[in-house]
Design a protein around this ligand. Sequence first.
Ligand SMILES: Cc1cc2nc3c(=O)[nH]c(=O)nc-3n(C[C@H](O)[C@H](O)[C@H](O)COP(=O)(O)O)c2cc1C
Length: 313
Amino acid sequence: MSIINFPKLKIADLSPEFPIIQGGMAIKVSMAELAAAVAEAGGIGLIAATAITAEELKTEIARARDKTDGIIGVNIMFAASDFLKLIKQSLASGIDLIVSGAGFSRDMFSLGKESETPIVPIVSSLKLAKISERLGAAAIVVEGGDAGGHLGTDEEAADLLAKIKDQVSIPIISAGNIVTPADVKDAFDRGADGVQLGTRFLASQESSVADYFKELCVKASSKDIVKIMSSVGMPARAIKTPLVEQILADKAPAPEKCLDCLKKCSKSFCVREALLAGKAGEPEKGLYFTGAGIEKISEILSVKEIFQRLKDY
Ligand SMILES: Cc1cc2nc3c(=O)[nH]c(=O)nc-3n(C[C@H](O)[C@H](O)[C@H](O)COP(=O)(O)O)c2cc1C
């Protein structure tokens, strides 16, 4: 019997056994293995669709479906050039829900409505939370500045949750610095309807990154992470590496061949190449995004174990 008081999360007609969402993690971090393992454990698994082709996404969704009958969604960054193409592919593949961050799209709500697919935007302000509700969001992920990935605010997740909680009537999923069972309990005690965890699932057996990246997550403490300005035009937290030192000194190598993968890019460096190198575990060229809660990661766990520890807490 857990002392965590798990609320019953309902996103349109979807009701996972546990109100736990695995945050979508580009590039190729949260793929079918991770998303399916989380869905199979009773949470919601998200495949990160950004920076993969529509064809790869179709295959990935099919692979996840082969592994589980649980709830599988996608996460697509609005900042990606082929955002709408990836949304349409997800809908054509019969995805259960679409989560979208790093910018805000109005178009996705009408596409979701047509196909009766729940749309869940990631927001970092009360204003966007209210707009999302008005446009028909089935739920919102309220993401703090202590989260992993690209960041839309400096405010911590707990403060944002308090600010938005009573101002909208759709379910609120809290994201940012939620790593341990105690953190999960705390978010629910503060009134979250669900939680989205990134860093904890990044450092899981099923995440698709190289062991080198996972070992960095175990070793890193808060003094090893810094905020950088991504070429997307938003800040993000990264583990200090030679590339990060170059980015901070404005001396990172400019993109060699640009795929125009982003709607807007500063072209100060190629965030796509750098994250791919991080996924592959390249020490010099890799960019390693994590959340502020990285120092709470002391071991790589299986998804099953992560859920078991929540149940046993
Ligand atoms: C390596 C990494 C990649 C991420 N990529 C994405 C992404 O592609 N799209 C997105 O909306 N959020 C992305 N995020 C954010 C997560 O989905 C999640 O909201 C966040 O990590 C929650 O904070 P936490 O890491 O403190 O748990 C990423 C996070 C990490 C750590």
